[in-house]
Design a protein around this ligand. Structure first.
Ligand SMILES: NC(=O)c1ccc[n+]([C@@H]2O[C@H](COP(=O)([O-])OP(=O)(O)OC[C@H]3O[C@@H](n4cnc5c(N)ncnc54)[C@H](OP(=O)(O)O)[C@@H]3O)[C@@H](O)[C@H]2O)c1
Length: 405
């Protein structure tokens, strides 16, 4: 049964109470800006952050949020001080983030990065909310389980990743058997035309300098390794119930075509736009209505050329690793995602070199058993075990770190 669908009542949306998980991040802050354009229509229940108390407090005041939550408890005193006299409630700690997601908002933006987003996203799903879904690691680490929860609680998942938003807009949910394949486009990242020798000495600054998108640090590094596209492949598999072998990846450096669906008759439908995350965020915020955004309009006469090339599996092994993890099934994608989070953080902390990321992910994925994941505890255990294994691999890579000395 397909649980995702783009069919919705023809009427537009009226007032919609919103919660933004990860409001201080790249996706979160862009969501705040869109919500702030129409505060009457989008009153705010809760905003959450990890540590960025100053921005969180500013956002909460600007949007007149009912609740502001900081996941790191050491930030609570400062948050209370900054919001004193405003009437805005405050809370702190990971459980408070979950409770924020459980409060009655019609629409929840899931924009926490990584595994930390799992339980808050689940809390929103279990209320049957409309969940705008940016936090792809959640579907990668617990895809089958999450989709079962969506089904059981009648929640609505609206993809926010530009690729999945594109597919969502052109996918025939009434006739899924007519879909031949999904084609995910990829910019190719900052190292698209670089060789392995260059990548071996690539710095943090070079890896996060994405050519077309302005994003958080983790997803920027994932784009440089192409792991981001691998995670998106797994996300697409769960969201659209399409097997891995019918999901292709196409490098398209201009990031104008956001993804495509090929049908059995040979028709290919695509969604296009300038590379601006406010467009897919607004699509989810207004769904099923469309909201006006300040995003630059697409002018194909100025775009001049659109180019395409296949991804290079030798320079970018991440796609092979993600396909292998999806084929292996069970906890393999959970292990892959957890090891990748540990390795990317170690690279951002300048403890390992860029190419060590793939070595650590492959090492952990090969070393650990891919057990079936029957429940949330099994997901947590697989994640924790993979983090321990990946962390143990970091010191041995230390000698190849760039910019650490
Ligand atoms: N950025 C994009 O354009 C884009 C596009 C498509 C999909 N995505 C996906 O969207 C998600 C967010 O990406 P992003 O680029 O917006 O990331 P980001 O800029 O790093 O922001 C992450 C957000 O999560 C919060 N956070 C981090 N660790 C947390 C924890 N342990 N507990 C609670 N909150 C925590 C951060 O709070 P602090 O600010 O306090 O650290 C911040 O609000 C990722 O899964 C990414 O793959 C992003």
């Amino acid at each position: 049964m397909v649980v995702t669908t783009n069919s919705a009542p023809a009427s537009g949306v009226g007032r919609r109470r919103v919660t933004i998980l990860g409001s201080t991040g790249s996706v979160g802050a862009q969501t705040v800006d869109l919500v702030a354009r129409d505060p009457e229509r989008f009153p705010v229940e809760a905003l959450t952050a990890n540590r960025n108390v100053a921005l969180l407090a500013d956002q909460a005041k600007r949007l007149h949020a009912r609740l502001a939550v900081v996941a790191d408890p050491s930030g609570h005193a400062e948050l209370k001080e900054r919001l004193a006299g405003t009437g805005i409630e405050t809370a702190a700690g990971p459980q408070a983030v979950v409770e924020a997601a459980a409060r009655p908002a019609d629409w929840v933006m899931a924009a926490i990065v990584g595994f930390a987003g799992l339980e808050p996203t689940l809390a929103a799903i279990r209320r049957g909310a409309i969940v705008a879904f940016a936090n792809k690691e959640v579907l990668v680490c617990a895809g089958a389980f999450m989709m079962e929860e969506v089904r059981a609680h009648g929640a609505t998942l609206l993809p926010v990743d530009s690729e999945h938003s594109a597919i969502y807009q052109v996918f025939d949910f009434a006739r899924p058997e007519s879909v031949a394949k999904l084609i995910l486009t990829a910019s190719g990242g900052p190292f698209r035309s670089k060789d392995r020798a260059f990548m071996a000495t690539a710095t943090r600054e070079q890896a996060v300098a994405h050519p077309t998108w302005d994003m958080g640090a983790k997803i920027s590094v994932d784009s440089a390794t192409l792991m981001n596209k691998g995670l998106e492949l797994i996300e697409a598999h769960f969201l659209f119930d399409v097997p891995e072998e019918r999901i292709d990846v196409l490098v398209h450096p201009q990031s104008v075509i956001h993804s495509l669906v090929e049908y059995v008759d040979g028709s290919v439908l695509a969604q296009l736009g300038t590379p601006d995350m406010r467009t897919p965020i607004a699509y989810a915020l207004g769904w099923p209505a469309r909201l006006a955004t300040p995003a630059e309009r697409l002018d194909l006469t100025k775009t001049a050329t659109l180019t395409f090339e296949p991804p290079d599996p030798d320079r970018f092994p991440a796609l092979r690793l993600t396909r292998a993890a999806l084929q292996s099934g069970g906890g393999a994608p959970t292990i892959l995602s957890a090891a990748n989070e540990v390795a990317v953080q170690a690279f951002l902390d300048r403890k390992i070199g860029f190419l060590d990321i793939e070595r650590i992910v492959e090492g952990t994925l090969t070393a650990l058993p891919h057990r079936p994941l029957r429940d949330l505890d099994a997901v947590r255990e697989a994640d924790a075990e993979a983090r321990r294994d990946a962390a143990a691999r970091v010191p041995a890579c230390g000698a190849t770190a760039v910019g650490s000395r």
